[in-house]
Design a protein around this ligand. Sequence first.
Ligand code: SF4
Length: 291
Amino acid sequence: MIDPPRPIGDMYALVYEGIEAIGRGDEMALNKLAELTSNVPDWIRLHLEMEHTFPSPSGVMRCRLAQWYAARGVEPDQKSPLSWKVRRAAGILQEPYFLAVLASGGAKVELPNKKYQCGPYMQAHPDAVMDDEFLVEIKSETGVGYKRLLETPGGVYVTEKSHYVQAQLYLFATGREYCLYLTNPPDPSLLQSDMRRYKKYGQNYELPAVYLEWIARDESTIEMALERAEMITNDKKKDTPPPKEFSGEEFAHTGKRAWPCGWCLNLTSCQRDSVPLRIGENNVDTEIVFS
Ligand code: SF4
């Protein structure tokens, strides 16, 4: 495997310096922010367009039945809550801030406000390219997700597979080797004070302001995702719904809301339409393999 473009420690130092520079109103950092934000409306438009395309690099790992409902324009059983919409928009809007942070020391950070063909069925819209060296992907994580990323060996590959696959498809579409993954939680103070209540962290625990990771290109994941995109495309053409990929149950046996079905906007339709597999049947083409 090719070495990462720079040591991850250098990237942390660069990000922390950028956060300080914008915080004290450094002229160069603010000019960079102004330059980037003028491109934001087009950028949001492209983001939303991608979100409403099936299959897409960001959604290809979603349940294939849920994607079939969305692609066929089946009305969801319930509206997505306003708070989700706010969080999604806020997540997109924080991206120019972090790109300005990365660029504040003089790095060339470009918003590739264009789509790249990503295999026969998808298009890719990476967040940015830095110094013409690597891609940058910025994500806002929930507090729970952020804590898991910090604490789980294996990072994005283990805790956020859909983000990992999305980054792989972007690397494939742009012909690059590395993507810098940058994430932070929407309310770091809340997460930090919650963690400080536990003996394991202690009252003086300082939550890292950002989490960074190099995602290296992985051909087997790219191949798996391209095959999956073909399957979703074929599903879309059929009038009968494809098999579900999760339990279809709202709650787990522990009584907790089950992921992802407990949050699925098509849960009622899924419970009405989906046929459980019988003993001996094998839903082979839905298998998701991470080697
Ligand atoms: S409820 Fe679960 S299994 Fe059913 S469509 Fe939604 S995510 Fe898929």
